[in-house]
Design a protein around this ligand. Structure first.
Ligand code: BG6
Length: 491
């Protein structure tokens, strides 16, 4: 693992501290960074939420989440050191209500200390919480605000949120999280593309036949059903995670890794995405929803039963996207994401073009085009599929074999979770791993276009059994282009 560099001391306020995200991701992420010695001892963690809890109550709840039932002595000892820096404050985050005085008192009064406000809250109240932070004079020049996705539910609401937050914090103090940008393999995409000479000359419509981006989950909507039913797969996953991945694959080389150099190139890709209209939506988009089925060996109920009503929300979406620029003209970008799919698997697949002329005799086997598989999860790694000759006498027999880079085997020590990396990046002020306002709004414009086309055109909701690869119409969409999705065993 790369050398660990401690960050500057900081205070972090987590609004929404009793919620799922704070308990499942944020507190554990901070604890892990603490255990690794990355967080200086004079940092403070202030958990803020409405509930009337004492700090001890909160710590007890968090402990169940972080330590679980059993834990080593060292870990338990680390936990007791960590929680000595944690305080719970009951705050009514949206206004003049209770708790703001106590919150101000809990923060270090040194104006030069880095201060983070993490809004693990619904986006509809981001504006009023920021307003309250400003009103109570808590926004120092060293303050940063962290916004969880989704930023709004469409272009207009995203713009409203951005404007409200922008009244209190300058753009360079706003960190919009897309946790996919914190994943190791996603960060590695830039290095793979721009720190090697090998791929870039082929990385365009001359060398590449098409790109597939799949983010498949085996879980269902679960406890988040009420949020999810209002969002659906397009807003929840495509508008942010899948489009960010697409940008990193498709962008031009930035002049440096400077945050704005990278974000400017990503923005150009988003602007070049061809709008999907009512006339084309039935050919370019497949929507699906899972029914009851068997997931990872267990019978599971369908989505409608999970949310307790019949609903038109999509839990699966597959899209044939096109990027209208010189580099990518005519190269389809197939995007696919779904819940309750066969397995949890996120992958970017670059399918290269076939060789221009086949010199090998027909009975030697099938000549397949090269394929680059970038596995985000599980088993992060990069695999390049190559044609080789099967060793041995008896003439030429072709074999399609992987050149495999498994991260787990190559980088033995493992690496931190996305939230750990992103939180430390905020303390460092590294905006490159976060979405800029114009990126978010441009991504919404494109997805809003699809939602409008769903209403105006023909795009029925297809049902698929839980534990499968989604509706068969998604496979049909590719077979119309004489292509197929690569799955775990075919990629
Ligand atoms: C979140 C979505 O942003 O990403 C969830 O809101 C989804 O619906 C999750 O389950 C997937 O993240 P990961 O890191 O498990 O792939």
């Amino acid at each position: 693992m790369a050398e660990l560099v401690p960050v500057e001391p900081f205070d972090i306020v987590i609004f929404g501290a009793t919620g799922d995200l704070a308990r499942r991701k944020l507190v554990p992420a901070l604890f892990h960074r603490w255990c690794d010695g990355q967080i200086p001892a004079n940092s403070r963690i202030i958990a803020a939420a409405r509930d009337d809890l004492s700090t001890d109550d909160y710590i007890k709840r968090a402990e169940e989440m972080v330590l679980g039932d059993g834990s080593s002595e060292t870990r338990a000892e680390r936990w007791s050191q960590f929680v000595a820096h944690l305080q719970y404050v009951a705050v009514d985050a949206t206004g003049d209500g209770k708790g703001w005085k106590e919150l101000a008192a809990a923060l270090d009064s040194n104006p030069d200390k880095i201060r983070l406000f993490y809004l693990a809250l619904p986006p509809s109240i981001y504006g009023s919480v920021c307003d309250a932070i400003g009103q109570h004079g808590l926004n120092t020049t060293k303050s940063r605000v962290i916004l969880e996705k989704p930023i709004g539910h469409d272009f207009h609401s995203a713009r409203t949120v951005n404007e409200a937050v922008g009244k209190v914090f300058p753009e360079n103090a706003i960190f919009r999280i897309d946790h996919y940008l914190g994943k190791e393999t996603v960060q590695n995409l830039l290095i793979l593309r721009f720190a090697n000479t090998l791929l870039e000359p082929l990385w365009n419509s001359n060398g590449i036949d098409h790109v597939q981006i799949t983010v498949a989950e085996s879980l269902g909507a679960g406890t988040r059903a009420s949020y999810y039913d209002r969002a659906g797969a397009l807003r929840d996953m495509v508008q942010n995670h899948l489009l960010q991945l697409l940008c990193l694959v498709a962008m031009e080389p930035p002049t440096s890794l400077d945050a704005d150099a990278v974000r400017a190139e990503k923005l150009k890709v988003l602007r070049a995405l061809r709008p999907i209209k009512a006339e084309t939506v039935s050919k370019s988009v497949v929507r699906g929803q899972y029914d009851a089925g068997v997931s990872l060996g267990q019978p599971v109920e369908g989505y409608a039963d999970e949310v307790g009503q019949k609903t038109g929300t999509e839990t699966f979406v597959a899209i044939h996207g096109e990027i209208d620029n010189w580099r990518w003209a005519g190269v389809p970008f197939y995007l696919r994401t779904g819940k309750r799919m066969q397995s949890r698997r996120s992958e970017i697949i670059i399918q290269f073009k076939p060789v221009p002329h086949d010199i090998i005799q027909a009975d030697a086997g099938v000549l397949q085009p090269n394929r680059l598989v970038i596995r985000l999860q599980p088993d992060e790694g990069v695999k390049l599929m190559l044609m080789t000759k099967d060793p041995g006498p008896g003439g030429v027999r072709l074999r399609y074999v992987p050149l495999n880079l498994s991260f787990a085997e190559t980088f033995e020590q493992g690496y931190p979770d996305a939230y750990e990396r992103l939180l430390m990046a905020v303390v460092r002020g590294n905006l490159g791993l976060f979405m800029r306002r114009d990126e978010v709004e441009t991504a919404w414009r494109w997805t809003d276009g699809i939602i409008a086309a769903w209403h105006d055109g023909a795009c029925p909701l297809h049902h698929y059994p839980a534990g499968t690869d989604g509706p068969s119409q998604a496979a049909l969409m590719l077979s119309r282009d004489e292509r197929e999705w690569f799955d775990a065993d075919t990629a």
